[in-house]
Design a protein around this ligand. Structure first.
Ligand code: PEP
Length: 254
């Protein structure tokens, strides 16, 4: 049985005071997260403090990005070892905002995936198509190209301790989520790509859906057979709402 994972991507939001209030609201809210694993990904500068605040609360900590290099003259970058050192267990790689705004290509994302695993961090690899790509019938081609770049560098073995996230770019921060059928279709395609190389690995791989997940649509999305949780942006900035999303994941049987 796969334990569903709900990850909150705070993006470039928060302050020490706001983070404490958000965490407090999340921890006090109902319903319980049930069986779901919960993870928050704040900006780098807050990781250390949050690691201490989360220690007692069964909420894991992740970063939003990582340097592909292990150490050295890379001004402004943060290595996987540093993330490990401050208490991270997960890291997002290849978020569409990194790809679109900071020019990260498939090969760099693959190197980040491998760099994370070298330090025993679990990478959450994001893939997803733009609206233009979907409307021109290229969704499968795009997400499989993004996945294949990582398969090529890390091998299928790399997916033993990894998470995949399907995040259609047109659904991120727009309030317009993919339907559960659209999500299921792409998730099944991604899982089949891994299954072609290793069926057991594919069966255990968690594939998250991201893109305007909220409490109102979470249960329907998480009920899909190949949707193993969510990567949640905007709605993770509201403690009660995020709690309800985790509650929806915690109720699912997989
Ligand atoms: C994200 O940032 O990965 C995301 C899915 O954002 P949102 O939930 O706001 O669409």
């Amino acid at each position: 049985m796969r334990r569903l994972l709900v990850a909150g991507n705070w993006k470039m939001h928060g302050s020490r005071a706001e983070n404490a209030a958000l965490l407090d609201a999340f921890l006090r809210a109902e319903p319980p997260a049930g069986d779901a694993e919960v993870l928050v990904c704040p900006p780098f500068v807050y990781l250390h403090e949050l690691a201490r605040q989360l220690r007692e609360n069964d909420v894991a900590l992740g970063a939003q990005d990582v340097c592909a290099e292990p150490v050295g003259a890379h001004t402004g970058e943060v290595s996987a070892a540093m993330l490990r050192d401050v208490g991270c267990t997960y890291v997002i790689v290849g978020h569409s905002e990194r790809r679109a705004l900071y020019g990260e290509d498939d090969q760099l994302v693959a190197r980040k995936f491998v760099a994370a695993q070298r330090e025993r961090l679990v990478p959450i690899l994001c893939v997803g198509e733009t609206l233009d790509e979907r409307e021109s019938g290229r969704t499968a081609e795009v997400v499989l190209r993004q996945l294949d770049a990582v398969l090529e560098l890390a091998g299928v073995e790399g997916f033993r301790d990894a998470v995949l996230a399907y995040e259609p770019v047109w659904a991120i921060g727009t309030g317009k989520n993919a339907t559960s059928a659209q999500a299921q279709e792409v998730h099944a395609l991604l899982r089949a790509r891994i299954a072609a190389k290793d069926a057991n690995m594919a069966a255990c791989l968690r594939i998250l859906y991201g893109g305007s997940v909220k409490a109102a649509n979470a249960a329907e999305l998480f009920a899909m057979p190949d949707v193993d949780g969510g990567l949640v942006g905007g709605a993770s900035l509201n403690g009660e709402e995020f709690r309800r999303i985790c509650g929806a994941a915690g109720k699912q049987e997989t």
